[in-house]
Write a protein that binds this ligand. Structure first.
Ligand SMILES: [Zn+2]
Length: 131
């Protein structure tokens, strides 16, 4: 069975419908969004695998617009390491000063695991000569 979610409030929809019964979002508007915006909405998807897929894809398309949200996810208290790792790898792919700033910031993350990964990525980036 396929579960449909409203891409605006993530209410579960019983079937494909024109308007979300929970928040009133016109679901056809979603189909008119560009790929990057759809991915940005998917960062709030209730299913973790889908959130991680969105993080990875935003990295692939080097979405600078995603960085503020990625930073928020990285520093949210209940984010698990698997997701944090995806965020840092995406930031590495996005590169440029904004992506690198997030790696730098992650070096001061409260989690030692995240700090360590950020340090490793930072060394890799420097070895590639991107800094
Ligand atoms: Zn909704």
């Amino acid at each position: 069975m396929i579960t449909y979610f409203c891409p605006n409030c993530w209410a579960i929809l019983k079937e494909k419908m024109g308007k979300c019964p929970a928040c009133g979002y016109e679901l056809y508007e979603y189909s008119e969004l560009d790929y990057e915006h759809k991915l940005l909405l998917s960062l709030h998807h209730p299913v973790q695998d889908n959130r991680i897929m969105a993080i990875n894809l935003l990295g692939e398309i080097k979405s600078v617009a995603a960085l503020p949200e990625l930073e928020a996810i990285l520093f949210e208290e209940n984010t698990n390491y698997f997701t944090q790792k995806s965020v840092l790898q995406a930031a590495t792919k996005i590169d440029g000063p904004e992506g690198l700033a997030l790696i730098k910031k992650a070096q001061g993350h409260p989690s030692t695991l995240v700090q360590r990964l950020a340090n490793d990525l930072w060394v890799e980036i420097q070895e590639k000569g991107n800094v």
